[in-house]
Design a protein around this ligand. Structure first.
Ligand code: PHE
Length: 528
């Protein structure tokens, strides 16, 4: 690792404390984003703005400031825009830190979103930009009752047997409502309820859990059939529900199988996606912004000056170093990268840059010669979940019935992502195929090619997204919310919508408003 050890330590600590599903779920406690289009009065009068990073925050600020007559230059270290919005297709190349070069060999038309893939329906700022830029949206199947749960290990008759999500959901609703109905029936719960109210609650529980006339859970058609109903003499045969004990023994009550997508605010239906790849949203911004983006421009130094800011960057093609001066600078560089760049930030900002941890996260795209998950398993989009390191298998929710397909054979976070990321590329592929093969035995025969990435090792990102503990939110976060001289900060890490595109957009809008307001008040001179 070449970046600062302080950051490295923080990342480790975050993984030990707050990167599992429970921490992910905690991200759900955030306010709804307001719907609006920026309509600012006045003009930017050609003031020069240097924007660092052409990810979603950088692109949105350049787009908005461009509308107001600012003269923006975007410095982007990579040779592509989008940052963590990145769609991997045939020919995509990447070399991780300490890694070897990968080139994607998927067929033409096949792809997966290595970064952002899904948009909550209440992330209005994202939807507003899609509307404004003419980018279509379609449904993203985040939940699929027909997808699998697979608990590896455990004991009993269900040990290491995949089950459909509808089965576990129905069974656990059934068994828990049965217990509750019993408790209410026996007045065992000390609640101030009349007998009629108790009956109403029991009626609700019976319906919620699909209990029988004796208020017991004996399975239901909700969980599916062992013989599906058909024509003529085929009424179908309901599958028997397993005993609660068997689900427990097999490991299906572990947090890996909690119903996160249905219950978490950001993951509830309907989730949306950009058809054809999330990078189409990036492209739409780039088309509007035009030639203002300098690619291959790696920032080496950021300085606030008396009346503005100055940035030193290195042209990655020629190795030449250049300096650019502006009235303002908007820095959207992810913190693990920013902490390696020379600067004269205030000590509050420097500390925050070093101390806010980022999550490790991996995605591995696998191309198969046949869409066996559709053909053999009736799975159209959605996500299978497992307690193995691969954590999730994300099925494509487009191109149904196509000949080939790419699914995401691993999407994990935290310590599991750290482990996978530390493997060589061939070892990652082996592990993902082995583990995924336990859920889908067809893997071995149908696999064609693989492209994997560990975001903590992707240059110029060096992490998935910022993870704030309540303490870090209190101590460090405020440093990013005000300008440091004429330098402003934007990006998902400067929002309460961390790990979402909406965080980048919301912070971009706030930054544009703040700069514009300052310019309207009287120019670029640094405020104290
Ligand atoms: N927004 C990212 C995703 O959709 C990261 C994330 C995962 C955020 C899970 C919250 C919960 O996968």
């Amino acid at each position: 690792m070449t970046y600062l050890t302080r950051r490295h330590f923080i990342r480790k600590a975050a993984q030990l404390t707050g990167s599992g599903y429970t921490a992910m779920m905690a991200l759900g406690l955030i306010p709804e984003a307001p719907a609006r289009t920026l309509n600012l009065p006045g003009s930017g009068n050609g003031k020069r703005i240097i924007i660092l990073g052409a990810g979603m925050a950088g692109l949105a600020t350049a787009y908005e400031l461009g509308k107001k007559g600012y003269d923006c230059t975007l410095l982007e270290a990579r040779n592509r825009p989008g940052g963590r919005v990145w769609t991997v297709r045939k020919g995509t190349k990447e070399t991780e830190t300490e890694g070897t070069e990968q080139t994607c060999t998927f067929d033409e038309g096949q792809f997966f979103n290595a970064g952002a893939m899904r948009i909550p329906h209440h992330h209005e700022s994202v939807i507003a930009y899609c509307r404004e830029l003419g980018v279509p949206l379609e449904s993203f199947n985040n939940t699929n009752e027909g997808a699998y749960y697979y608990s590896d290990g455990g004991t009993g008759p269900l040990a290491s047997k995949r089950i459909r999500q509808r089965e576990l959901h129905s069974d656990m609703r059934g068994y828990t409502t049965e217990l509750l109905a019993k408790a209410f029936d026996q007045s065992a719960l000390d609640l101030p309820l009349s007998p009629e109210d108790r009956e109403k609650i029991i009626g609700y529980l019976v319906a919620e859990g699909s209990l029988d006339a004796t208020r017991l859970y004996k399975g239901s058609s909700r969980r599916g059939y062992s013989v599906v109903p058909g024509a003529y003499d085929q009424p179908g045969k309901m599958a028997d529900a397993p005993a609660l004990l068997h689900l427990i023994e097999a490991g299906y009550l572990s947090p890996h199988f909690y119903n996160v997508p249905e219950y978490t605010y950001e993951q509830q239906t309907t989730m949306l996606m950009v058809p054809g790849g999330t990078d189409r949203l990036t492209d739409a911004f780039v088309k509007k912004i035009g030639k203002k983006i300098l690619y291959g421009a790696a920032v080496k130094e950021i300085k606030k000056t008396e009346n503005g800011a100055s940035v030193v960057y290195q042209d990655q093609k020629t190795g030449a170093t250049r300096e650019l001066a502006g009235d303002f600078c908007i820095c959207t560089i992810p913190l693990p990268v920013l902490s390696t760049i020379a600067n004269n930030f205030s000590s509050d900002v420097q500390r925050a840059v070093d101390m806010v941890p980022y999550n490790d996260t991996c995605k591995v795209g696998l191309q198969f010669r046949r869409r066996f998950w559709e053909e053999d398993d009736s799975i159209y989009g959605g996500i299978s979940r497992t307690n193995m390191d691969i954590t999730q298998v994300v099925y494509p929710c487009s191109g149904y019935l196509g000949k080939k397909g790419v699914l995401i054979g691993c999407y994990n976070y935290g310590s599991t992502a750290e482990r996978l990321g530390n493997l060589s590329l061939p070892d990652r592929q082996k592990m993902v195929l082995e583990q995924g093969g336990k859920i889908h035995p067809q893997y071995g025969k149908e696999f064609e090619s693989c492209f994997s990435l560990a975001w903590q090792k992707i240059p110029y990102s060096m992490g998935g997204w910022a993870v704030y503990s309540p303490e870090a939110r209190q101590r460090y976060y405020p440093a990013f919310l005000k300008p440091d001289g004429n330098i402003y900060f934007a990006g998902e890490h400067t929002s309460y919508l961390t790990a979402w595109i909406a965080g980048s957009f919301e912070s971009a809008r706030r930054t544009v408003e703040a700069i514009h307001e300052r310019v309207q008040r009287g120019g670029a001179s640094a405020s104290k």
